[in-house]
Write a protein that binds this ligand. Structure first.
Ligand code: DLL
Length: 435
């Protein structure tokens, strides 16, 4: 492998013993910082009878309890921030829909590290300074747009921050500016392909060669579809807001797992029900500890994502371990239009309306690359002035749900007890998109 093709060869190709030593040093510094500056973690350590000095090797980390999304929500907005606010140069918020969002704070150094890890993903997928990178991730509180933007600029590529424009405009820009790289959500790439086909545009007349896609689950089947419709090589990138956003892992040209930025994140795999750490190679929930984050050090953060980690050498020469594509979630979170939707949020809204019961279903479909959501809710009883009341109730519930979800959906009120089989509720989420 040609070393200049790797963004940070020293880190990405470091012998594993050195990497493990670096991780230990950084872990100790992180635990110290969290203990000193974040009351939540000081309490956590004290309750477990631990001092920062008790972490003498990487395995000691498993003595610490796990951190959950709820812990971050409870800390809204600043309680987890480990630096004075004047040191914070950026905030992003998670795209989740439940209650208070999780707040992600960055110092200038955090931004620098974040940029570097994303630049690695872009380079690993073959993006170079001559490329024209069209980004259709959202820019704003969501970390996707800014994260990929910074990384692409760091490589010296030309960036088109198109964000979520109309599909016709995406295609127009792709033609006029000769975009070579597409970056965004895989479902949106399919929607662009659809728009191109409708306009009768031949992908051969474009200059596209590479795509980096993530922020939602997708499959090898979707990869094949994107590649055959857009004539590009498509790569998987993974991240989560709590770890800063994208840049946590990305595929190299081998496309046999996503290299994790292990010099910035320590990754464990646990059994999601017992919480026990699993040996390497086992499938389980990914748990992340930040190793370099100044503003928001997180210890043993539960991602809810099920995957597997492979530390065997990769033919590309990178020594960083690879995670498999995310297999599934531990919870029933579904990502619709890039928004992380928790059925519990829907339940919370529905509880405000006595006319409907606790039983509901989220039916997710994808048509022409667009996500569509239908929410079916059981009525508690059929109102006597049925037609008139139903419309009223439906409009009220839909308006409240729209506030919570932030996007459009179809709401169907269905007969009492109709969302059950033998008295048992039907599954809350039916995802009919195939990856
Ligand atoms: O989605 C960060 C991101 C931006 C990643 C751009 C990649 C590219 P959140 O909104 O916090 O952050 O959502 C994180 O999305 O826990 C996974 O469940 C899911 N996810 C992200 N990337 C992938 C992927 C961003 N490549 C949650 N495959 C994560 C499957 C993914 N799921």
């Amino acid at each position: 492998m040609n070393v200049p093709d790797v963004y940070s060869p020293q880190q990405e190709m470091m012998p594993r013993e050195e990497l493990l030593q670096l991780q230990l040093e950084r872990l100790q510094a992180t635990i110290n910082r969290a203990y000193k500056n974040v009351p939540f973690y000081r309490r956590r350590l004290e309750e477990a009878g631990l001092q920062p000095e008790d972490f003498q090797n990487l395995d000691d980390l498993s003595k610490l309890p796990l951190t959950t999304k709820q812990d971050l929500r409870d800390a809204y907005p600043y309680d987890m921030v480990a630096v004075p606010l004047r040191e914070v140069v950026r905030f992003h918020l998670s795209s989740g829909t439940t209650g208070p969002p999780t707040v992600i704070a960055y110092t200038a150094n955090d931004l620098r590290h974040w940029t570097e890890t994303v630049a690695r993903n872009l380079m690993a997928a073959g993006v170079r300074r001559d490329d024209v990178v069209q980004i259709f991730f959202g820019y704003g509180l969501f970390s996707g747009g800014f994260g990929l933007h910074q990384g692409a600029e760091a490589i010296g590529a030309t960036v088109l921050p198109v964000s979520s424009a109309e599909l016709v405009q995406q295609v127009q820009i792709m033609q006029d500016f000769r975009s070579t790289v597409l970056v965004g959500m895989p479902s949106y790439a399919l929607a662009i392909a659809e728009a191109m086909e409708q306009q009768g545009i031949d992908p051969n007349s474009l200059h596209l060669r590479v795509g980096l896609f993530g922020a939602e689950p997708w499959s090898e089947k979707t990869r094949a579809e994107i590649e055959s419709r857009l004539y590009i090589h498509a790569y998987d990138i993974y991240g989560l807001s709590e770890m800063g956003g994208p840049g946590v892992a990305g595929e190299c040209v081998e496309r046999n797992g996503l290299h994790l930025a292990e010099d910035h994140f320590l990754v464990e795999v646990i059994d999601p029900s017992s919480g026990e750490t699993l040996p390497p190679g086992h499938e389980g929930e990914l748990v992340f500890t930040t190793l370099t984050r100044e503003a928001l050090p997180l210890l043993r953060y539960r991602s809810g994502d099920i995957s597997r980690i492979d530390t065997s050498p990769c033919p590309c020469g990178r020594t960083l371990a690879r995670m498999a594509r995310v297999f599934r979630r531990t919870d029933d979170m579904v990502i619709i239009h890039g928004i992380n939707v928790f059925p519990a949020d829907v339940a919370e809204v529905l509880a405000e309306f006595p006319e409907v019961g606790k039983n509901f279903q989220l039916l997710v479909d994808r048509r022409a690359g667009h996500d569509e959501l239908e929410i079916r809710v059981e009525l508690t009883q059929l109102p006597s002035d049925i037609a008139h009341r139903l419309l009223q109730i439906r409009d009220q519930i839909a308006a409240r749900l729209r506030q919570t979800l932030g996007f459009d959906f179809k709401l169907s009120l269905v007969e009492p007890r109709s969302l059950r089989v033998n008295g048992k509720p039907l599954p809350r989420v039916v995802d009919r998109r195939n990856g």
